[in-house]
Design a protein around this ligand. Structure first.
Ligand code: IPE
Ligand code: IPE
Ligand code: MG
Length: 251
């Protein structure tokens, strides 16, 4: 392989590449601060990066993608920033829904809808209904999402089903448990990318990332471009996934 290949050609064939890429989009605030701008400008630039990367994910023929855009802990930020982030989700869905639909993207929003304004909940439901069954890319947006709460909510529903006699506790297994998660039906992420140099999960998909490959990228989210996604996918292609077993390479 030469070093001159375009990123889109340098990745492994789709059959061997990641089926599900999940991204912790971090660094909007620092991007703005470095430019002497208010943080909201970083979030706006971050939405443009979302547009570019969703298209790039389509170009790379990746069938599942999940984007972490607002955590259940992000309510700790100043009210004005929280309201900016809510406004940007609304703007993104309003402005991009038809293009996403035309491109065969199915949208699912995971996270708690409690605490969200009714117009946001209505928009989210509209996006899911409009795009249901679209075949090309299953795009999940984690908004007001926290992995621990998702697991606790699953445990609560399991306990209720058991108490009501709908589930025999002896039948509980990881496969059964995962059907109670909001990601039911999605394969676990093969590759998790976090931008901005931070190396932690920040409550993202705690159950589902048990065996994900993690790639940390120093670039701030608004600067993350298609070529960077290509590099992360190439890095994924160099990893050996073992899932606890012994590989043929004797390692
Ligand atoms: C990511 O960027 C967006 C959200 C968490 C909503 P940040 O806003 O966390 O940016 P930094 O980490 O402060 O630079
Ligand atoms: C994680 O980023 C959440 C999202 C990207 C939506 P944060 O910026 O909130 O995470 P911490 O606080 O640095 O762990
Ligand atoms: Mg951050």
């Amino acid at each position: 392989m030469t070093g001159s290949l375009q990123p889109s050609l340098a990745i492994a064939p789709a059959a061997q590449g990641p089926r599900h890429v999940a991204i912790i989009m971090d660094g909007n605030g620092r991007w703005a601060t470095q430019r002497g701008l208010p943080r909201v400008m970083g979030h706006r630039a971050g939405v443009q990066a979302v547009r570019n990367i969703v298209r790039a994910i389509g170009d790379f023929r990746i069938p599942y993608a999940t984007l972490y855009s607002f955590s259940s802990e992000n309510w700790k930020r100043p009210a004005s920033e929280v309201s900016d982030l809510m406004g940007l989700l609304k703007a993104y869905i309003t402005e991009d829904l038809e293009e996403l639909h035309r491109n065969g993207v199915e949208i699912r929003i995971i996270g708690s809808r409690q605490g969200l304004a009714s117009d946001i909940v209505a928009l989210v439901e509209k996006a899911e209904t409009r795009t249901r069954g679209n075949p090309n890319l299953k795009l999940t947006i984690a908004f007001n999402y926290g992995g621990q709460s998702e697991i606790v909510e699953a445990a609560r529903r399991i306990a209720m089903d058991a108490a009501a006699g709908r589930l025999d506790p002896r039948d509980l297994s990881p496969a059964v448990f995962s059907r109670y998660l909001q990601t039911d039906g999605l394969p676990d992420p093969d590759l998790v990318i976090r931008t901005s140099g931070e190396q932690r999960l920040s409550n993202f998909l705690l159950w589902q990332t048990a065996y994900s490959e993690l790639v940390f990228v120093d670039k701030l989210w608004p600067d993350f471009a298609k070529a960077d996604l290509g590099q992360a996918i190439a890095e994924y292609g160099r990893r050996t996934r073992k899932f606890g077993a012994v590989t043929g390479e004797g390692t």
